[in-house]
Design a protein around this ligand. Structure first.
Ligand SMILES: C[S@@+](CC[C@H](N)C(=O)[O-])C[C@H]1O[C@@H](n2cnc3c(N)ncnc32)[C@H](O)[C@@H]1O
Length: 282
């Protein structure tokens, strides 16, 4: 069924209100590909009717179903590699040094914003464990948030098919940090215990997660309008500890945000310190 202008307006408006993802007529193929099943399941005669039903909460999970269907949850282990090299060689060692003698010498807080199905957060935890084998005794807190309830559920479970494991995970990390679960692989308890996942919309006031030493916000801003991107990154900057680092996707640039956002390069990874300075000790 092709979309009328009324369908397009209704669906694009709904998706924008639900998750800030900007769609227009050029994405008609994507809308049809992702929402056609929902249309059938909910006996809707048109996409406009589907959007109306979702707005009216006509079926209990319809809004979540739309979010799960329309979001692109593409992710992989150690995606782009260089941010994890930077964590291993620079950020984690420097934070560990700076914290020694502070009130919470073993506390490190990281946020994987738009964590999808969890690979990014678990990759961060594995990177820490690679340099600190006694990770269990560290108060490493890695929060993953994503707007897709289905992605968050999967992240919480921490169980992945061989196909998913094959997307970026090397043999060393697989044998060190996963256990076999039937045909699948499950993240081991010590790594899972450092990671917590919650549903959250990056364009709405965020749940009080506290401040972070490191924030990964990668490959999500591309779906938003330029003003929404600015709004989101400014809100994220407020959640960074002074001297904390922000990583964005490899193809993303924050030049439009102004001089406070000049990029820095470590281990070939681009990162930002929008609050400036290296003077953290919390
Ligand atoms: C392409 S994935 C990126 C995952 C991971 N950060 C990475 O780089 O591998 C984009 C994720 O952003 C999430 N997302 C989209 N809009 C969002 C919003 N408004 N708030 C939070 N997450 C959102 C999607 O559900 C999806 O899981």
């Amino acid at each position: 069924m092709s979309l009328t202008p009324e369908d397009l307006d209704a669906v694009c408006g709904l998706v924008s209100d639900l998750c800030g993802i900007y769609l227009d007529g050029s994405k008609e193929y994507l809308i049809e590909g992702r929402l056609a099943d929902l249309l059938k399941r909910h006996n809707c005669a048109s996409y406009a009717e589907l959007a109306r039903k979702a707005r009216l909460n006509a079926a209990p999970t319809l809004k979540d179903d739309v979010i799960n269907a329309i979001t692109t949850n593409e992710t992989l282990w150690f995606r782009d590699n260089s941010p994890f090299e930077a964590l291993k060689n620079k950020m984690f060692p420097e934070i560990i040094d700076a914290r020694a003698g502070s009130v919470f010498p073993r506390r490190i807080r990281v946020w994987s914003a738009a964590s999808s199905t969890g690979q990014e957060a678990y990759s961060i935890a594995m990177t820490f464990a690679d340099i600190v084998p006694e990770i269990a005794s560290w108060d490493l807190q890695i929060f993953g948030t994503d707007i897709s309830p289905a992605a968050v559920e999967k992240a919480k479970k921490g169980e992945y098919s061989p196909l998913e494991i094959g997307r970026g995970l090397d043999q060393k990390h697989l044998s060190s940090y996963f256990i076999k679960s039937g045909d699948n692989w499950k993240v081991c308890d010590v790594i899972r215990s450092k990671c917590r996942f919650e549903v959250g919309n990056l364009l709405k006031p965020l749940p009080s997660l506290g401040k972070f030493d490191i924030i990964f916000c990668r490959n999500v801003a591309i779906y938003f309008t330029p003003p929404d991107r600015v709004k989101m990154f400014n809100a994220i900057a407020d959640l960074l500890n002074p001297g904390g680092w922000l990583f964005v996707g490899s193809g993303e640039s924050l030049m439009a945000l102004g001089p406070d956002w000049s990029p820095k390069q470590h281990c070939r990874a681009i990162c930002y310190q929008p609050k400036g300075g290296l003077t953290y000790a919390h």
